[in-house]
Design a protein around this ligand. Structure first.
Ligand SMILES: Nc1ncnc2c1ncn2[C@@H]1O[C@H](COP(=O)(O)OP(=O)(O)O)[C@@H](O)[C@H]1O
Ligand SMILES: [Mg+2]
Length: 284
């Protein structure tokens, strides 16, 4: 996959984005999910072990846990990109995962905007794949680039943008899609602390204006607390859920202001101790 936002191609009988939202009680439902790599080899790896969780429509939930605990594997499964046959059940807006589900937009950490396209061309790319007419997609891409603070850089190519600016562009591309479900895999993982705080605030503004259901993978507990309605903590080897913590901080949130809120620090400490317990268990 070369694009930062993975834009799934409509499948043979495409569903209208969001068309099942009203019928599905949960946006995402995962039940007793186990995923094994190399099942037919001499040394299979149990990557995900009987994981169950669900997200209501419009919920923002972070998935945290040590490297290798299966976070990316779960997101790949939900997008239908995983080749392994899982055990258990997973549904997105009531449907089993399948590649090309237009209900999903997938944003990754790695910086891979298309180098031959300008910021505008990149922000519009996902809509182009989904056949949004040219004038409409350019208008929407410009609007989103303005909102992420790139209004003056629409004609720049990625090589002339900083890493933070490229991630802003990727955020614009993701939000430009109509998909009701966002899967975000450490999208700010490689940014410096200051830029990360700025982009978290941009993300909160965009999300508050149009609440998609978000699964946000991060290894940064402060980021998880600041953004989420709930944080699901996973333990390693094999990946299991060890806690599901409600984040009772009021919204709208301003990530930088939260750094001074005692409740923010309490939740951070609680998550940190849960994560340590999970790691300790795996090492025994
Ligand atoms: N394609 C693959 N083949 C074999 N093992 C894999 C593959 N993808 C991931 N794994 C293994 O599955 C586990 C979970 O990986 P991953 O989902 O990438 O973890 P995370 O995103 O939490 O860091 C790891 O042990 C990893 O080595
Ligand atoms: Mg990962």
């Amino acid at each position: 996959m070369t694009a930062e936002t993975v834009v799934t191609q409509p499948s043979a009988a495409p569903a209208k984005p969001g068309s099942v939202v009203a019928k599905a009680t949960k946006a995402i439902e995962v039940r007793d999910l186990s995923i094994r790599f190399g099942a037919r080899t001499a040394s299979p790896v149990l990557a995900v072990d009987r994981v169950s969780f669900s997200l209501g429509v419009g919920e923002f939930v972070s998935l945290v846990g040590p490297s290798g605990c299966g976070k990316t594997t779960i997101l790949n499964l939900l997008t239908g990109l995983l080749h392994e046959q899982p055990e258990g059940d997973a549904r997105v807006l009531g449907r089993h995962p399948s590649p090309g589900n237009p209900d999903i937009a997938y944003m990754l950490a790695r910086d891979s905007l298309l180098p031959w396209r300008t910021a505008l061309g990149n922000a519009a790319y996902g809509m182009e794949i989904r056949d949004v007419p040219k004038a409409a997609r350019e208008e929407r891409a410009r609007d989103l680039l303005n909102r992420v603070g790139l209004g003056d850089f629409v004609d720049r190519y990625p090589k002339a943008l900083s890493h933070g600016m490229r991630q802003r562009c990727a955020l614009a591309r993701t939000f430009a899609l109509d998909s009701p479900v966002f899967l975000m895999d450490e999208p700010f993982g490689a940014l410096d602390a200051q830029t990360k705080l700025q982009l978290e605030d941009v993300l909160m503004d965009l999300w508050s204006a149009n609440r998609r259901t978000v699964v946000f993978v991060t290894h940064d507990l402060a980021e998880a607390v600041a953004l989420s309605d709930r944080v699901i903590v996973m333990g390693a080897r094999p990946g299991r859920i060890i806690a599901d913590v409600a984040i009772d901080l009021p919204r709208p949130r301003h990530v930088r202001a939260l750094q001074k809120d005692p409740r923010f620090h309490e939740l951070y400490a609680q998550l940190w101790s849960l994560l340590e317990q999970g790691m300790g268990h795996a090492d025994r």
